[in-house]
Each structure stands twice: as structure tokens, then as C-alpha cells.
Design a protein around this ligand. Sequence first.
Ligand code: S3P
Length: 179
Amino acid sequence: MGSNRVALIGFMGCGKSTVGPILAGLLGWSFVDTDALVVERAGTSVAEIFRLHSEAEFRRMETQTLAGLTLRSGLVIATGGGAPLQPANREFFTLEARTFHLRVSFAEALTRTAGDTGRPLLAQERPALQRLFDARLPLYESLGEPVETDGRSPREIAEEIRATLARPSRWVDPEGSGG
Ligand code: S3P
């Protein structure tokens, strides 16, 4: 279940990067954001990595970054919304961390990310984005313990996760594919 590592997964706008630092503060752990680590390594923004290289290149860097975190503990990790697409990352979420899925409705995700130009995938039309949301949901649901975020404050969400962490995980992957 991972040594003192919590990973936050979920669709863009679910609050991973906002809840993560608060949770890390509550636990006295460090916070890392894989997008930020990739940007730091690449020396350029996520949007530019997509534009100048490719989404595949971004995914490769994201996977390498996440794998590197197995060397660290006492860590709350905010991940990019596409991280669960890669099998190696799914293994990380299953074996190397206790993983929480920050659930967000599609409408709320759109509201929270409105006007954002830093996320290349948001540039697509709403129906395509809705399809992406629908396609990813089962993946998130199968990998992370669910935490509702609609209508709740980041602090409330972080406290719920902390309380859950105090208990052993009794969560069972609804798809039965968690191991
Ligand atoms: C992505 C989500 C982004 C970032 C990149 C791709 C995705 O992270 O990794 O733009 O595929 O959903 P956030 O989920 O933090 O927005």
C-alpha cells in the first residue's frame, strides 16, 4: 500500500493541487506536484511540452517523474489528470501509494478550470471533453478511494482524507482489479 505516500488522482479541476498542500500540512509531510516536477525538469510549461514535443513525450516524463518518487516517503503527490492512463503509473497508484480519487462532476470541473490556458486538453470542444471525462472516470474509480469534492472546501476534503488515513484501508477496488 506504499510507505507513507498519498497520491491524489482525478480529472482536471478536481482539486489535487489545492487539496494536496493542505493535506501535506496536516500530516507534516512534503507535497509534490508531478506537473510541476515535469515542468522543472523540462524547463518549459506543460503547454509548451505538448506543443513543441507531443503529448506522448509529456506522458513519458510524467511516468519517469512518478517512478522517481518511490525513493521518497512522507509525501503527498498531486498527479496530472492523465497519469492513470499509463500502466506503470497504475502500478504506482496500486502498490506505491495510498491513492485517493477526488471526485468532481463534469460541470464543476468546467467551472473550476474556466479561462485556464495552461492545460492543453481543455482547448477541445465541450462534447470531446465530456467524452474524455466519461472515458477516464472508470479508471479513476478503479484506482482510488473516492472522496467527493463538489460543494466542499479544500480544507474539508483534506481533513476527510486525513481521517481516512488514520484507519487501515478497507477499500476494495470496485472492479476487483486492484492487485
Ligand atoms: C492532463 C492534466 C493536467 C496536466 C496535463 C494533462 C490530463 O494536470 O498533467 O495538462 O491529461 O488530464 P491537472 O489534472 O493537474 O490539470
